[in-house]
Write a protein that binds this ligand. Structure first.
Ligand SMILES: Nc1ncnc2c1ncn2[C@@H]1O[C@H](COP(=O)(O)OP(=O)(O)OP(=O)(O)O)[C@@H](O)[C@H]1O
Ligand SMILES: [Mg+2]
Length: 371
């Protein structure tokens, strides 16, 4: 998959960008605060995902502007397509999103057309920070392969919020306990499906990422993962998510009901699961060095990109925002070698190992030009 052209009007500090892109490598140079990450974010948004920066909608619009507009042309092996997003300051929630000129219900409706993998310095949090980073990473990676998955996750979150509200109502005595069973039954089905898909994805991820990690560490370190379910002791070989898995899930919820009522929220379920990451048997969260966290993040993202290539038969677009400069020379080479067959965007502030192919762009005060 290749992004061929990006136009941006009033997207953050990108007042007026119209740039054609190289099929292989695009290196974007610029000093701090010139708009490098903004440019990456603009393309990322067109993939239909919320920003990797956790921003409020209205902040995408240039500060003194009333609207913003993005338009992105891309092609895969079959055809050329366009995604556009428009937003007004007066109603930032009502985005106008089109795919090939056809209006879409929402931004998430275009998800699955343009697949991207982004590496940012914040990805260090993957093996270091709280479990929701890791759950989110897995969920996005699965959704890129299986489009319907994000709807299941969204539904799970809605039912979970309703169940938590109901727990409080029961404690206040306004609702009968028996009412919880309705939510438990639905959560069990959704949660079983999510558990099964996550477990299988993590297995694939482990296979690819552990090989990459062996390489990046010069065969000195062994990376392993384990999907830790709060409901199932063992998910290996489990497929019957509509019946036996859902039954086990349901009983686990029922069994924990008194505790849930006491705490006021649902303590078991896929929203509490985690991906345990360890190097040479030691948990990365507690023991890994800064460099190890960086390497884990890199191989996780590389593995995500590889799995996407295998499953979708299309390579994703790769964004490396500010990460290469933090790696030593060997690791830079390692990363660049591993993503040779994918379109690549690299942002950096200063000099960068000379690339044999691709184009160089410079950005200053939100204006991009070809170097
Ligand atoms: N809504 C907005 N309107 C106008 N400018 C904005 C808006 N949001 C962010 N900016 C500006 O964009 C600039 C930051 O852009 P960006 O984060 O892309 O920088 P960068 O080039 O990636 O810098 P660094 O090298 O430090 O990561 C800041 O100057 C910020 O004030
Ligand atoms: Mg930046």
């Amino acid at each position: 998959m290749v992004i061929t052209r990006v136009r941006a009007e009033n997207f953050r500090n990108l007042d007026n960008v119209d740039i054609t892109l190289n099929d292989k490598v695009n290196v974007l140079y610029g000093k701090n605060a010139q708009g490098k990450t903004n440019f990456i974010e603009a393309m990322w948004m067109c993939s239909g995902l919320r920003s990797f920066r956790n921003t409020k909608d209205k902040d995408f619009i240039g500060i003194d502007k009333d609207f913003m507009k993005l338009s992105l042309d891309f092609k895969d092996s079959v055809r050329e397509q366009n995604i556009s997003i428009e937003m007004k300051r007066s109603s930032p929630k009502d985005k106008l999103v089109t795919l090939n000129g056809v209006k879409q219900k929402s931004l998430s409706a275009v998800f699955g057309n343009l697949n991207c993998v982004v590496f940012t310095p914040e990805d260090l949090e993957l093996s270091k920070g709280s479990p929701d980073n890791r759950r989110n990473f897995i969920d996005i990676a699965i959704a890129q392969i299986k489009n319907a998955y994000s709807k299941v996750v969204a539904r799970y979150e809605t039912v979970l919020a309703n169940r938590n509200a109901m727990l409080k109502s029961i404690t206040y005595g306004t609702v009968e306990k028996i009412m919880l069973e309705i939510y438990d039954a639905e959560l069990s089905k959704l949660g079983s499906y999510i558990s099964m898909l996550r477990y299988n994805y993590v297995k694939k991820l482990f296979k690819t990422a552990s090989e990459l990690y062996r390489e990046i560490s010069g065969n000195k370190e062994e990376l392993s993962f384990f999907y830790q379910s709060t409901v199932f002791d063992n998910l290996e070989g489990k497929t019957d998510y509509k019946k036996s898995m859902a039954n086990d899930y349901f009983f686990a919820l029922r069994k924990n009901e008194e505790n849930d009522l006491h705490c006021g929220f649902t303590q078991l379920g896929v929203h509490r699961d985690d991906l345990l990451v360890s190097i040479n048997g030691l948990s990365t969260r507690e023991f890994a060095s800064q460099g190890q966290h960086r390497s884990v993040a890199l191989v996780l993202k590389l593995a995500q990109a590889y799995i996407l290539c295998q499953e979708n038969k299309e390579s994703p677009v790769i964004f490396l925002d500010d990460v290469l400069s933090e790696l030593d020379y060997e690791r830079q080479e390692f990363v660049l070698n591993k993503i040779k067959n994918m379109q690549l965007f690299i942002t950096c502030c200063d000099s960068f190992p000379k690339m044999n192919e691709g184009q160089q762009l410079t950005i200053e005060n939100g204006r991009i030009s070809k170097a």
